[in-house]
Design a protein. Structure first.
Length: 232
């Protein structure tokens, strides 16, 4: 099987090179998954593209698509998804908050027949390392809202690490532009009564000074998206 790793990137020149090195190095082949790596640069104005091009020169499995201007994480994921050739897609951030060594656990659930797998930061630790109180509260509220609205039993709705059967993800006809990718896709999974399998993952939060782009206030927009999808 082929795994498409989708990486939205905006202003990540300090980390994208290392992320690509780690993603390329993690051995998915023994688990039955060849891989391709698709980076969507979302209108970066720093050296992000140059770093990706350096990685492409060393590894033909990496591809780059570009937005001429910044549109948002959801739009970047959708653009990368349109280019994906894999049977399954895995969403990977361009920073170093998540650990690629958790890929085997995620893919293990896929090998058992799961269509959707989320990596949960809250199964590894009750309070993920470095997560600020406002972000912790926003994550708890968001997950609780998703569970109540859609009859889910998950612990981490807003996790980056999500794996989907590619045809399934495309069938959702996603419209998201920004960080509402997570609530939109979770809501559409819930409305179809598809089971979300969770595995514990490692996580080390970065702060705004280190380039973190999501704010705790984005949690309210995410809750609104969950409510909006319920009414559709």
């Amino acid at each position: 099987m082929l795994l498409s790793i989708l990486i939205p990137a905006y202003g990540e020149e300090k980390t994208i090179g290392e992320v690509l090195r780690l993603v390329a190095a993690i051995e998915t082949e023994p688990l039955g998954f060849e891989k391709e790596i698709i980076v969507c640069d979302d209108g970066s104005k720093d050296g992000t593209i140059a770093e990706v091009e350096k990685a492409i020169a060393k590894d033909s499995r990496i591809r780059l698509v570009k937005h001429p201007m910044n549109r948002g994480k959801g739009a970047a994921i959708r653009t990368a998804l349109a280019e994906a050739k894999g049977d399954y897609c895995l969403v990977q951030d361009a920073d170093l908050e998540y650990d690629v060594d958790d890929y085997p656990a995620l893919l293990g659930e896929i090998s058992k027949g799961a269509e959707v797998v989320y990596g949960s930061r809250f199964l590894q630790r009750r309070w993920p390392e470095g997560m600020q109180l406002p972000n912790f509260v926003a994550n708890r509220l968001l997950t609780t809202t998703a569970n109540l609205l859609y009859g889910l039993k998950i612990t981490d709705e807003a996790t980056c690490f999500k794996v989907f059967k590619t045809d399934l993800l495309r069938s959702f006809n996603l419209e998201c532009e920004g960080f509402e990718f997570c609530p939109e896709v979770t809501a559409k999974i819930g409305k179809r009564n598809i089971k979300i399998h969770e595995v514990p993952i490692r996580y080390t939060a970065r702060d705004l000074a280190e380039g973190k782009k999501i704010h705790w206030t984005d949690g309210f927009e995410a809750i609104w998206e969950l409510l909006r999808q319920k009414r559709k």
